[in-house]
Write a protein that binds this ligand. Structure first.
Ligand SMILES: Cc1cc2nc3c(=O)[nH]c(=O)nc-3n(C[C@H](O)[C@H](O)[C@H](O)COP(=O)(O)OP(=O)(O)OC[C@H]3O[C@@H](n4cnc5c(N)ncnc54)[C@H](O)[C@@H]3O)c2cc1C
Length: 215
């Protein structure tokens, strides 16, 4: 209830921002264009922790101590081998099902009372186009506690006083390294939406450009 806003109005959208759009050609095209820049190399399917190590002696990449800036968007506790204990996260299970359109009255319906799932999203309703077929794919979301070593994704930090205290221990340990920066929902142990994630990333980029020779 703390995470999902409650409105009593005719507004059927989740957010109340004045301007709400999706990228003209979708997110894939947007990211493909950004990543095509000559200065950007992307490596997928690689656990950063296999290449990035941090200890009191500094930040190491592929075994070599580095002085250039590193931005880490993963879990701070995992990076430091859980030396102060595990930070709790929430995970999710997504069950996709094929239904007949229209399956539900809105793109996303939240379930907050007796069901095991917390929401159902119906993708055909995400854009203004009318679906071409009667088939409609929906996804049920089930909340799960995140457990390490079980091939799960940590989607949400569990933000409370106790967990923030633990996070601060990791943060202060990592922030001793002036070329190392935590960022994002996992890195900052904060529940944020995409707009805040982008805003924070741009602010950190400005800071790094100001402090380092980034030519
Ligand atoms: C189910 C769900 C629905 C959401 N719906 C909305 C919505 O409607 N609107 C909205 O604005 N926001 C929504 N959000 C929130 C949005 O997804 C986040 O705000 C945004 O993704 C945060 O960006 P980020 O860069 O902090 O984290 P992420 O997008 O999680 O990026 C972190 C990246 O780091 C990578 N990573 C982590 N550890 C390692 C490692 N060890 N090695 C290599 N890579 C690693 C991860 O794979 C990931 O790609 C939703 C989130 C969830 C979970």
């Amino acid at each position: 209830m703390r995470r999902v806003p409650v409105y009593v109005s005719e507004e059927d959208r989740y957010f109340t921002d004045k301007y709400q759009f999706q990228p003209k050609n979708g997110y894939t095209a947007l990211f493909e264009k950004m990543l095509a820049h000559d200065n950007i190399a992307v490596t997928l399917g690689c656990n950063a922790l296999e290449r990035l190590k941090i200890d009191d002696g500094g930040v190491f990449f592929d075994g070599e101590k580095i002085a250039y800036p590193v931005i880490f968007t993963g879990q701070a506790d995992e990076l430091l081998s859980y030396r102060f204990g595990k930070l709790p996260y929430r995970s999710l299970r997504f069950d996709f099902e094929e239904k007949t359109y229209p399956f539900q009255p809105a793109a996303v319906v939240n379930y907050t009372v007796s069901e095991d799932y917390t929401r159902i999203s119906e993708f055909s309703r995400f854009t203004v186009e009318k679906p071409q077929s009667e088939k409609s794919v929906v996804v049920y979301e089930y909340p799960l506690e995140y457990e390490t070593g079980k091939n799960m994704i940590a989607y949400y930090p569990v933000v409370n006083e106790e967990n923030l205290k633990l996070y601060e221990k990791y943060k202060s340990c990592l922030e001793k390294h002036k070329n190392f920066f935590l960022l994002g929902r996992l890195g900052n142990y904060k529940y944020i939406n995409m707009d805040a994630a982008v805003e924070n990333a741009l602010a950190l980029a400005d800071k790094i450009i100001g402090e380092f020779d980034c030519k």
